[in-house]
Design a protein around this ligand. Structure first.
Ligand SMILES: [Zn+2]
Length: 303
């Protein structure tokens, strides 16, 4: 009996520590708030829906703002809503250019221009996200801009789970423009499956590299798709046993202090860490935020 109960206790401790080591945490981060018109919901309702989903789930995220998309009176109201809701406002540059396409000097000016636009909001925080997740294609530019961020007191708003919600939203909007009665539940299913697939991919890669599951930061966009289905997305992660946490808590994970030594630099932080090992080569799916992986699948489903 004694042996049996100690085996039981040992098993219990093992399972508990296993669960602690591999319990997945995920935070949502959202890029590019905007008031572009879409079918189905007007821009203000769309924005308010996203905010209310976050509020219902008691979640605080980081909204990475591209200044040129919100530099008008109407969108100052949008930013004020996020600010009042206690959501963090982060810097995504003013013009949303790739650092690989302009000089470091221009990129720095564009970052400061955005800071000027956002800094009066009490919940503005010096946290930076690179447009297109591009972080420089030369060592000089990559390290120069990292130094600039550091000197200006910025933390990195890195992404661990990169996906193509923007592309699914684009296709959904196009379909609704042609057929306002289209069945949107099919887009929801596709979206949830897509994000779950990407989340598992990056989480498995992280466990392989780090021996643990880090706090994840998922990149999604401020669009119609998320106004409609962000709530289902959050519920899906909960149903799968993941814990959905606030973004500022997620960014405490030491993984976000790592600056991978890759060129061109950027993409998902986990992807860059994998690339840095040199061990993956062709096995590493290029994560570029393009439509290549989703187009055929969505075509086939008629979405
Ligand atoms: Zn962006």
């Amino acid at each position: 009996m004694k042996t049996l109960s100690s085996i039981f206790i040992l098993t219990f401790i093992f399972l508990l520590s296993y669960n602690l080591a591999f319990a997945q945490n995920i935070a949502i981060t959202m890029d590019n708030p905007n008031s572009e018109p879409t079918p189905l919901l007007n821009p203000e309702i769309r924005d308010k829906k996203i905010l209310s989903i976050l509020e219902k789930n008691h979640l605080k995220i980081v909204l990475f703002v591209q200044g040129s998309q919100v530099d008008n009176p109407q969108d100052r109201a949008l930013l004020a809503r996020w600010d009042h809701a206690g959501q963090i406002i982060g810097n995504h540059t003013y013009s949303h250019l790739s650092i690989n396409e302009i000089t470091e000097e221009q990129y720095e000016q564009d970052t400061l221009r955005n800071e000027k636009l956002l800094q009066s909001y009490p919940n503005f925080k010096k946290i930076f996200r690179f447009p297109y997740l591009k972080e420089g294609d030369t060592i000089t530019k990559r390290d120069g801009f990292r130094k600039f961020l550091h000197e200006h007191g910025y933390e990195m708003g890195s992404v661990t789970i990169d996906a193509s919600d923007w592309y699914i939203s684009e296709r959904l909007e196009k379909r609704l423009a042609q057929d306002p009665n289209a069945d949107i539940t099919l887009y929801k299913e596709y979206y949830l499956q897509h994000i779950w697939n990407r989340a598992q991919y990056y989480d498995n890669l992280a466990i392989e590299l780090l021996g643990r599951s880090p706090n994840h930061t998922l990149l999604v966009h401020h669009n119609l798709l998320n106004a409609l289905f962000l709530s289902d997305l959050i519920q899906m992660f909960k149903d799968k046993g993941w814990k959905v946490i606030n973004a500022n808590e997620a960014f405490q994970d030491p993984i976000f202090q790592i600056t991978p030594d890759t060129l061109p630099a950027g993409e998902s932080l986990i992807w860059a860490l994998a690339k840095q090992t040199g061990r993956y080569n062709d096995k590493l799916r290029y994560p570029g935020e393009d439509e290549a992986y989703e187009k055929d699948a969505m075509d086939k489903l008629g979405l």
